[in-house]
Write a protein that binds this ligand. Structure first.
Ligand SMILES: Nc1ncnc2c1ncn2[C@@H]1O[C@H](COP(=O)(O)OP(=O)(O)OP(=O)(O)O)[C@@H](O)[C@H]1O
Length: 568
């Protein structure tokens, strides 16, 4: 294998973000709150999330200017659009989904819309909703006109920034309208204070925080004049995980005179039934996917790598090196690596920070505090190069310019999730590349009904031998406590896929133990007596694994971690 020098010189290579909305950016009231997170930081003794190694020779930056799309102009589709609103749009021509949905939304229809990832759905629902807001008499400051709900905090904040850019309507008396964003992991009292003291014409929220504010903050009257309800990533919001919360929210909103918009790249057939809790019967279903279309862009090169289970990390390392060498000349090595669990995203980031990476690395997952998540997202957004190790918190909707590749490690939770994660690259006509790295025990994913229809090319990576030594060293710096948590999370995650794997409990435990022994402990205990990390009897019971041979069941929580060797 041609060896690539991965150097670790410390320097700052962050460039300022040239996002499309940045030019229009105005003060946005994103309520983040100052109080600490509900959960403690992932690991307090570690270096802060922003400690980065950066390239010795920074890679040339790629342009992040959005490509103009080849569609009709916004005014062709909707001649009545407010000129001041059009001025705030960084584009003149519509994407397909924008052209297809604009007339119906302006007409006040309920819409269920499907379009591929990265095709401008956010503007598709915000632009006409805001137009309807602007063309009505100024609402009273106590009332919210548009409520958009997103399944993740980062996506909610991104939607709020876009809404804010669009609402910077000079012709309507400057910033008279206001956008607020309320998400979990921040101080609810701060949210409440802002909602009580300031206008909030557009509210973007995650479901949990919104319910809290409705139940305990008494904000229900704020929605008495609600005109538009948007569910972004609608299939996710209406699936088992969120459905009850959504049903409750909807029951607390007025139905008279309310327009509802549901958007997603993936809309399983069943969603139309469930969607009836939100949509009027006579809603419009608009899809820009053709009958025979696969749900990802044809210009995204997709590859799969299947390796023995113990080689998954090494294969990820080599896949990253390969991507780096592909990008070296052209620049723009910026990669998102998706892992099945929060714990594994954290461990991968730790391990890769200890390898000689040629760029900064970040982690983002639900085990981090919200301020740390926001900081990681913003730093990665602004970076011209870097790797973000992520759980599924950024799988949907997140729009970061210049992602050159998405690497998915391990079994995605569903075919749809594969599509959403892949959609973080090649957005708005940009180029991009996807690789999925699977262990042999999870290769059945590639034969799944939807996945089979995608143009995924199997590839063989260069030999992994050179990666093993470096990885073994890097894994030593991860504490036993973190390894134990990653092991437990691994069992919890793969337990959900036992049927697809044709596994019994004992097979699950065997595979989990192999992961702990050969990946987390990277062969250090391969000889002699080896015990998997301890699992509390309570945890074993909750996983339904009581009595399964191979587990190390303990009564007390594992002792405090012995600190690993000093980190670089
Ligand atoms: N009319 C347009 N012309 C050019 N670029 C556009 C246009 N509309 C939106 N974009 C850009 O396309 C990118 C993707 O938009 P957006 O995030 O709304 O996609 P999406 O369809 O919601 O994706 P996902 O399914 O991943 O949530 C953004 O950077 C956005 O600024």
């Amino acid at each position: 294998m041609a060896s690539i020098r991965w150097c670790s010189t410390l320097s700052s290579s962050l460039r300022s973000y040239r996002g499309i909305m940045a030019a229009e950016k105005v003060a946005l009231s994103v309520s983040q709150g100052s109080a600490g997170p509900k959960r403690s930081r992932y690991r307090p003794h570690r270096r802060p999330a922003s400690t980065q190694t950066a390239p010795k020779e920074p890679l040339p930056a790629r342009s992040t200017t959005p490509k103009p799309v080849d569609g009709p102009s916004f005014t062709d589709i909707a001649p009545g659009l407010d000129p001041a609103l059009l001025k705030n749009l960084p584009f003149q021509t519509c994407t397909e989904v924008q052209a297809a949905t604009l007339p119906a939304i302006l007409n006040g229809d309920d819409v269920l819309a499907q379009a591929k990832t990265g095709t401008g759905k956010t503007v598709a629902f915000l632009l006409p909703s805001i137009q309807r807001l602007l063309s009505s008499p100024m609402p009273s400051p106590q009332h919210t006109t548009i409520l958009a709900i997103s399944p993740t905090r980062e996506l909610a904040q991104q939607i709020a920034v876009t809404a804010d850019g669009l609402l910077n309507v000079g012709a309507h008396g400057g910033n008279r309208y206001r956008v607020q964003c309320v998400v979990g992991g921040t101080n609810m009292r701060t949210d409440l204070k802002q909602l009580q003291s300031q206008r909030c014409d557009v509210l973007v929220a995650t479901p949990g925080r919104l319910i809290d504010l409705l139940d305990n903050g008494g904000i229900q009257p704020r929605f008495a004049q609600l005109k538009t309800l948007v569910l972004d990533e609608a299939d996710r919001l209406l699936d088992q995980g969120f459905r009850r919360e959504l049903a409750k929210i909807i029951s607390m909103l007025p139905s008279n005179g309310r327009q509802t918009l549901l958007f997603s790249a993936t809309l399983p057939k069943e969603v139309e039934n469930i969607a009836s809790i939100a949509l009027k019967k006579e809603h419009k279903f608009i899809s820009t996917l053709k009958e025979e279309d696969v749900n990802v862009h044809q210009h995204v090169r997709q590859e799969s790598v299947v390796v023995p289970g113990n080689d998954i990390v090494a294969a990820t390392y080599v896949a990253l090196q390969r991507e780096y060498s592909l990008r070296k000349e052209r620049g723009g090595f910026k990669v998102m690596v998706f892992l099945p669990t929060a714990r594994s995203a954290a461990i991968y980031r730790d391990v890769f920070l200890n390898l000689e990476m040629p760029c900064p690395v970040w982690e983002i997952h639900s085990r981090m505090s919200q301020p740390a998540r926001a900081k990681a997202t913003e730093e990665f957004r602004q970076a011209s190069t870097g790797v973000l190790f992520s759980s599924d918190v950024t799988a949907r909707g997140i729009d970061v310019k210049g992602i050159s590749a998405v690497i998915q490690v391990g079994l995605p939770s569903s075919a749809d999730q594969y599509i959403h994660r892949l959609g973080r690259t090649a957005r708005a006509g940009a180029e991009g590349h996807g690789v999925i790295v699977l262990g042999d025990f999870e290769s059945h994913f590639l034969t799944e009904r939807t996945i089979k229809t995608l143009p995924i090319q199997p590839i063989t990576l260069p030999p992994l031998d050179s990666a093993h030594g470096a990885l073994q060293m890097a894994f030593r710096s991860v504490s036993d406590d973190d390894k134990a948590k990653a092991y437990s999370a691994w069992l919890g995650y793969y337990r959900g896929s036992m049927k697809a794997m044709k596994w019994k409990a004992v097979d699950l435990v065997q595979a989990g133990n192999a992961f702990a022994r050969h990946t987390l402990h990277y062969g250090e205990d391969a000889v002699g007596d080896w015990k998997p990390p301890g699992l509390l009897a309570k945890t074993v019971g909750m996983m339904g694994l009581r009595g399964t041979p191979g587990l190390n069941v303990v009564k007390e929580p594992p002792r405090e971690p012995r600190p690993g060797p000093k980190q670089m």
